[in-house]
Write a protein that binds this ligand. Sequence first.
Ligand SMILES: Nc1ncnc2c1ncn2[C@@H]1O[C@H](COP(=O)(O)OP(=O)(O)O)[C@@H](O)[C@H]1O
Ligand SMILES: [Mg+2]
Length: 370
Amino acid sequence: MGHPLAGTLFVPCNFKCSGALCLTPPLEGARLAFRFVKSLSSPITLALGLRRTGKSSVIMISLNELGLPYIYVDLRKFEEKGFASYRDLVVELEREVNRLTSRFPGLLELLRRVEGVEVMGGGVRLRWGGRKRVTISSLFEALNDWAEDRVVFVIDEAQELINMRGANLLPALAYSFDNLRRVRVVLSGSKMGLLYRYLGVEDPRSPLYGRAMNEVELKPFSREMAEQFLRLGLSELGVEFRKYDTVYDAIGGIPGWLTYFGYYYGQGRDLGRALERTLRTALGLIREEFESFLRTRYVARERYLAIMRTIARCAAWSEIRRALEASEGARVSDSELSNYLTQLMDSSWIVKTDRGYCPSEPLIGKAFGG
Ligand SMILES: Nc1ncnc2c1ncn2[C@@H]1O[C@H](COP(=O)(O)OP(=O)(O)O)[C@@H](O)[C@H]1O
Ligand SMILES: [Mg+2]
C-alpha cells in the first residue's frame, strides 16, 4: 500500500539503520512469527518475548505486508512513569485515528455517530473525560462497521494496561473477541507473566476467561542464528568478520544487542571496542529499565537489588534468602521472598530453571555483577 516495505518479505538489516523496520531473511524464528502474526487467525493474537527480541519489528512488518488499516498504540513510554491514565491512552488513539481518517475519509462518517468523538475539519477529537467520554468498545464497533475486510488494533507492550488508571480495557477486548468479526487485536508483551495475569484467560473472574488466543513467542537467537544474523548484516557493509563465537559468548542472542554490536563494529571495525560499547549501552539500558521496575516498589528497592545481585549467576531459593537476610540484617519471611521472586519473574527479569533462579538473559546477569 505504497509503503516501501510492501511486497518484500524481509528487508535485509545492514546495521546502518537502527530503526525497527528491518529483519534478516534466513532467521526462521522471525519468519515464522511473521507468518503467524500475519495470519491473524484468532480475534486476539499475542506476540510475546523478552525485550528487544523483535516483537515490534515483526508486528510492524506484518502490518505493512498485510496492507490492512490499523491502529498502533505503543505503551512503552508509560512504563517509565509507572502508570498511564485513560487520557494518555485516548491521546495516543486520537493521533492514530486521525492518521487513519486522513487516509480513509469515509471512516469519519461512522465516527460521527460515536459518543465522545467530535469530527471537525478532516480530523477527530476524542474526549477522555466527563460523562460523554469515548469508550474503546464504541471505537471498536465503528472500526468494525467501517472495515471491508479486517482492521487491526495493536497495543504494543500491552501489560502496561495493568497500571492504567480510570479505565479497564478488558470488557472491550472481550466484547470485540466475541462480537466484532472484523476487528483483529494484536497485543505484545515483554513482561509475559504480567500480560497473562492482566488478561486472565485462566481466571474465571476475567472478562476474557476461556478465550483461546493465538500466541507467538520470539526467542533470542541461537548461536547459529546469531552468527547468520551478523554475517549477513556485516557482509552487506562489506566488513570482514569471523569472531562470531566471541560475540555470542559475550552478549548472547538478543537481536537488539546483536544489532548494536553490528552497528558499532561497522563503525570502528575493532572487536574489543565494539563489544565494550555494546555492553556499555546494554547495561545502561537494563539498569535504567530496572529503575522503572523499582519506581513503584521503592520500599523494597534495596531488597530487589540484593536479590538481583545474588541471582546474577543463578541461585537457589535458600541462597537468595541467606543473601537477602545478610543484607537486611533481619529475617525475611518465605511469603515476602516468594512475592519478590514472582514479581521479578512476571516482569521477565528472572526465570526459574533447574539451576535455580537465573537472569532471563545473560546481560541482565552482567548488569547486576554476574
Ligand atoms: N529477526 C530480526 N532480524 C533483524 N533485526 C532484528 C530482528 N529482530 C529484531 N531485530 C532488531 O532488534 C532491535 C529490537 O527489536 P524490536 O522489534 O524493537 O524488539 P521488541 O519490540 O521485542 O523489544 C531492532 O533494532 C530490530 O531492528
Ligand atoms: Mg517493542
